[in-house]
Design a protein around this ligand. Structure first.
Ligand code: NAI
Length: 424
């Protein structure tokens, strides 16, 4: 069984560095700060055990800390083998009420063993990013389901998985689709993924965006962010899509839209954001130019077919930290970042989304965890939308912290907006 991180690593230096990262994040997370105050006072999670599988870096650590301050016993592990910051994991493990099992660079077996260590705490609430924890509980520990009041899911792919489970009547406790709220999706997926993916690629390669042709696969929330930010840094952007309205939207934004089969020979940098598999495959590799960069920002490492790339390569070697070069028989080198895993979280220099963005996403997570504990009777097994008033609560805290005031509806305006009788 996996031991807590502090028993696995020499912790002294790591602890200080992790605590510094957490302090920096804490200073820039006004929403979690405000919730911390109310949780500390009201202890909404007293007696609850919260199991978490998330990217264990500084912002996530603050969420775990705030849940623990609210009375929970928290056990956490990573949701990706490469996204954990070991120093943060150590610092988090030292927080009262939190045990962290997350470690960077684990193999598949260690990854699932750490998840089992979290499940061993017999969580009453689960907080997931990608659905691995919920899935493991349903597959291997169904006896725990009776005592689980519910949970929250962070990302698009996790919500897709949960909806698929729900459609098969296989999801046996309530889960909030945190991803789908405006306060999460419109900021985290769009701005967070856009900014942090481009920053990670630039820092990992030390190459410029200006003058490059960037191919963005998928024009959903993440793809929109990536395309906009790449364009803002003077790259030419090509979008590939399978959904006609999304393709049209990209076209009307001024991007070139074409199939990957055509984009393959045009691009200098390829960034996948589809949540799907086999988006860049063998035929595409054959058409690509020497030196292209291949990066994935979707949740799982299945968007670029690395097995086919490996099979076709005559040589592979580490070109830089976080960049693996695949040399083709004709001498072309195709460079894969972060082993095809989430590029904004999994290169050696990745830091994930900006702190302010994660404050919003995790603010929604925190109020959803509170809701599921306080009103569990109102939610049956299945996927639930986050109640709008909770999302608004988080937005209002943020506006207040930013010192931004807004107008509010007068009674007459409210009556007008609610009426079907007013016309010309
Ligand atoms: P979305 O559902 O809004 O967008 C995905 C788009 O990809 C859709 O428009 C879909 O039509 C398109 N697509 C699907 N298959 C395709 C194919 N073969 N070729 C071209 N386009 C295709 O999803 P969203 O929110 O943009 O998330 C995308 C992925 O990114 C998910 O796996 C999600 O979990 C992940 N994600 C990653 C984050 C990060 O930090 N890197 C943050 C948030 C989400």
């Amino acid at each position: 069984m996996t031991a807590p991180i502090s028993e696995q690593l020499d912790t002294d230096e790591l602890l200080e560095s992790g605590q510094r990262k957490m302090e920096w994040a804490r200073q820039h997370m006004p929403i979690l700060d405000s919730l911390r105050e109310s949780f500390e006072q009201n202890q909404p999670f007293a007696g609850e055990r919260i199991g978490m599988a998330m990217h264990v870096e500084a912002k996530t650590a603050i969420l775990a800390e705030v849940l623990a301050v609210g009375g929970a016993e928290v056990a956490i592990t990573g949701c990706n083998p490469l996204s954990t910051h070991d120093d943060v994991s150590v610092a988090l493990d030292a927080v009262d009420g939190v045990t962290s099992y997350a470690k960077r660079g684990v193999d598949d077996e260690e990854y699932y063993e750490a998840m089992e260590a979290v499940i061993d705490h017999e969580p009453t609430v689960t907080v997931d990013d990608g659905g691995d924890l919920v899935f493991a509980i349903h597959e291997d520990y169904p006896e725990l389901i009776d005592t689980i009041v519910g949970g929250c899911e962070e990302t698009t792919t996790g919500v897709h998985r949960l909806r698929a489970m729900d459609d098969d009547d296989a999801l046996e406790y309530p889960m909030f689709a945190v991803n789908d709220t405006p306060m999460k999706r419109l900021f985290d997926n769009v701005h967070g993924t856009g900014e942090s993916s481009l920053a990670s690629i630039a820092m990992t390669t030390n190459l410029s965006w200006a003058g490059k042709t960037v191919v963005v696969a998928g024009y959903g929330d993440c793809g929109k962010g990536v395309a906009k930010k790449a364009s803002g840094q003077n790259a030419d952007v090509i979008v590939t899509e399978v959904e006609p309205r999304r393709a049209l939207e990209a076209h009307m934004e001024g991007y070139d839209v074409m199939p990957m089969a055509d984009a393959a020979s045009e691009g200098d940098v390829f960034i996948t954001t589809t949540g799907n598999r086999d988006v860049i495959v063998e035929d595409h590799f054959e058409a690509m130019s020497d030196g292209v960069l291949l990066a994935n920002a979707g949740h799982f490492d299945v968007e670029v077919d690395l097995e086919a790339l490996e099979a076709n390569a005559v040589d592979t070697y580490e070109a830089r930290d976080g960049v693996q070069a695949y040399e083709m028989a004709d001498g072309r080198r195709l460079n894969v970042l972060a082993e095809g895993r989430l590029v904004n979280l999994a290169t050696p220099v990745s830091m994930g989304h900006p702190v302010e963005v994660m404050d919003q996403s995790f603010g929604v997570q925190a109020v959803c965890a509170r809701e599921i504990v306080q009103n569990s009777d109102e939610y049956g097994a299945g996927v639930h939308e986050v109640p709008d008033e909770l999302d608004r609560e988080v937005a209002e805290i943020k506006l207040e912290a930013e010192g931004i005031e807004t107008d509010s509806l007068s009674d007459t305006q409210e009556e007008y907006m609610d009426s079907w009788q007013h016309g010309t």
